[in-house]
Design a protein around this ligand. Structure first.
Ligand code: HEM
Ligand code: HEM
Length: 132
């Protein structure tokens, strides 16, 4: 049974790598005008998959702590709170992506993404401290 507790850290680790890649595509599109179209298409295609995996990772972490990690207190760690913040800012990214034709939204959207990438780095750090 203990092995099941590794599902969340591994899934979430892969998801964070995908988040970094998706974010880098968005940022590269701004700095490399020649390939911008191509990068943005890939960004827009992969981002919803990454967002879904983040939601699944969050739920898996919660369930894993609740059902398998009796040694941890549920919903009281820094890892838990940063996880909530990560879901909130990425939801901002996902929502804002529907109105990218408006220039204010277009300017705001990448900041949700940058915040998500910083939070994800912190999330890995705090996650590694509670590995089974
Ligand atoms: C490499 C990245 C990560 C590692 C190593 C990691 C590790 C862990 C570990 C070891 C646990 C305890 C449960 C268990 O042993 O399975 C946990 C819980 C949790 N994780 Fe992660 N995690 C990572 C990324 C994430 C991400 C990206 C999210 C959010 C989307 C997240 C959200 C949560 C939540 C909500 C809990 C429950 C915490 C609590 O109730 O206190 N984790 N994580
Ligand atoms: C990882 C964090 C993210 C970063 C750093 C990021 C960054 C960016 C950047 C810089 C742009 C280009 C803006 C411009 O044209 O000037 C962009 C566009 C876009 N992003 Fe994101 N983004 C992130 C997450 C997301 C998410 C979660 C979604 C949706 C679920 C999303 C969907 C889109 C869409 C649809 C566009 C417009 C693409 C187009 O014009 O063809 N992004 N993003």
């Amino acid at each position: 049974m203990k092995g099941l507790a590794y599902i969340h850290p591994v899934l979430a680790g892969v998801t964070v790598l995908l988040l970094g890649y998706v974010g880098s595509l968005g940022l590269r599109a701004r700095n490399d005008r020649r390939h911008a179209r191509e990068y943005l298409e890939r960004h827009a295609r992969l981002a919803p998959i990454m967002y879904t995996l983040i939601l699944i990772s969050w739920a898996a972490g919660f369930l894993s702590t609740w059902l398998l990690r009796r040694d941890l207190e549920l919903a009281s760690s820094a890892h838990f709170r940063i996880g909530v913040a990560l879901v909130v800012v990425l939801s901002g990214g996902a929502l804002s992506s529907r109105w990218m034709h408006r220039s204010t939204i277009r300017a705001l959207h990448p900041w949700c993404g940058v915040a998500a990438m910083l939070l994800a780095a912190a999330q890995v750090f705090f996650g590694l401290q509670i590995t089974p």
